[in-house]
Design a protein around this ligand. Sequence first.
Ligand SMILES: [Ca+2]
Ligand SMILES: [Ca+2]
Length: 100
Amino acid sequence: MKKVLFSLGVILALSSCDSTSGFSKTASSASQALTLLNSLNSNSSLSQISELFTLLDIDKNDLISKGESIGKIAENFGVLDKDNNSGIDLNELGGLLALL
Ligand SMILES: [Ca+2]
Ligand SMILES: [Ca+2]
């Protein structure tokens, strides 16, 4: 929890001295990701999972880290991260459909 607050503080500090355009872009893809996540159900296609993955993987390292995860993905992070490498890859994210 402390770590989350710390990274939030870093994000806020960065956004206040950076131009606001970069921050609002991030905020909008985060809200897009949340909308998409909420629209998923057990019949959702892998292309929707893939779109969600792209929105969430902010640093583009092909893994969703704990910090990048939101909602049900954050809640089930340990379940989805099958190989316990502290990141959820596209295949592991597909496991989300079984939890919906
Ligand atoms: Ca990432
Ligand atoms: Ca993993």
